[in-house]
Design a protein around this ligand. Structure first.
Ligand SMILES: *Cc1c(COP(=O)(O)O)cnc(C)c1O
Length: 380
């Protein structure tokens, strides 16, 4: 059976030329980058080079660019480390959207348990945080504001530049989770004005278990992982050499191909919607104006998503109900319910996420199987 992979928001395949590039760091140049010998130095050179390249691409200095184990760690570090540092100035309020990734929400809940006052921002029916909510929530007591750039379930873009401005007006730090936006939007941290920004390598054809966190030079946050002097003393642990080489190479390639990829995904998304247009009772979740081209979140009325995903998987089509991290649970998506969907509507919703490796033939076949499967399930 030929598989059709439409879950690119959960992870992407590693690019083959990126894969080739990292092989020497598992074989010949396997050294610990902190070791005082040639094999170690070679590894350290690779890490330095990867850091320089990534920093240049996002408009940062190399010493503002930290490598982590992924988006989850970067989100946790930025939120916990940022809020705890600001607590020393007496600022104990944290503002975060209700639709963040579970990694960010977990960090916010941890802060709440530590005594921080945490405000969870609502979103409108289109899945976007509204300006007046932002402005009202960010008070002089606020030490940290966290708002993701693009939501991973709906693809809806958030008003991060305005949020950043409001945060700075009140002396708060601003962090954005750019994990899902990074494959599709160019990043310039200086133009955005953000204090911290997180990335994950495997969302743009790098390796799982590799991530980065940009931290502006003037911003001091507390460390999350200690026990070693790596990453300027702020993130202990032997650096994942192959992971960071892959992250930087994959990101470089992503940026080069970005316009072309976006145009392709837009076309594939339109093609899919056209091919399923015979189906009644299908609505798109999330606004379409300010959204990534890669994600299509659909409510299929009368179709339980777990049953749909199961049948589609048997037919070779890989897709998801919401974020991969939550898909083992039967809870309705926190993102969709925050948008005002009923629990039932949320449980009838599925996420398709297209990627650069998908073809038109795959989309047509996936749409045909979608129509067939929905009709079967509706007939019960
Ligand atoms: C995937 C994802 C993460 C988590 O990144 P990992 O590298 O898988 O830990 C965080 N935020 C968003 C928006 C994501 O899509």
């Amino acid at each position: 059976m030929k598989r059709i992979y439409l879950d690119n928001a959960a992870t992407t395949p590693t690019d083959s030329d990126v894969f080739e590039k990292i092989k020497p760091y598992y074989t010949e140049w396997f050294g610990n980058p902190d070791s005082p010998h040639g094999v170690g130095r070679k590894a350290m050179q690779a890490v330095d080079d990867a850091r320089d390249r990534l920093a240049a691409l996002i408009g940062a200095n190399p010493n503002e660019t930290y490598f982590t184990s992924g988006g989850t760690e970067s989100d946790n570090w930025a939120i916990l480390g940022g809020a705890r540092a600001k607590r020393k100035e007496g600022k104990t309020r944290v503002v975060i959207s209700a639709i963040e990734h579970h990694a960010a929400l977990y960090a916010a809940n941890t802060l709440q348990a530590e005594g921080f006052e945490v405000a969870f921002l609502p979103v409108n029916a289109g899945g976007r945080v509204e300006m007046n909510e932002l402005e009202r929530a960010i008070t002089p007591q606020t030490g940290l504001v966290a708002l993701m750039w693009a939501n991973n379930e709906t693809g809806v873009l958030q008003p991060i530049e305005q949020a950043c401005t409001f945060a700075h007006e009140q002396g708060a730090l601003f962090f954005t989770d750019a994990v899902q936006a990074a494959p599709y939007l160019p990043i310039d941290v200086k133009a955005l004005g953000v204090d911290m920004l997180s990335l994950s390598g495997h969302k743009f054809h790098g390796l799982k278990g590799s991530g980065a966190l940009y931290i502006k030079n003037s911003v001091k946050i507390e460390k999350l992982v200690g026990g070693g002097e790596q990453e300027r003393g702020l993130r202990g642990g032997t650096v994942n050499v192959a992971g960071v080489v892959a992250l930087s190479a994959a990101y470089e390639k992503t940026r080069k191909e970005q316009a072309q990829t976006n145009a392709k995904l837009q076309k594939l998304s339109e093609l899919f919607r056209k091919e399923i247009s015979s189906l009644k009772g299908v609505t798109r979740n999330g606004e379409t104006e300010n959204a990534l081209p890669s994600i299509l979140n659909l409510r299929l009325e009368g179709v339980e998503n777990t049953a749909f995903l199961y049948k589609m998987d048997l037919r070779g089509v890989c897709l998801a109900a919401g974020s991969a991290c939550a898909s083992a649970s039967v809870k309705p998506s926190h993102v969709l319910t925050a948008m005002g969907l009923t629990e039932r509507a949320a449980k009838e919703s599925v996420r398709l996420s297209f990627g650069k490796t998908n073809t038109e033939e795959e989309i047509i076949e996936a749409a045909r199987l979608t129509v067939q499967t929905v009709n079967e399930l509706r007939q019960g």
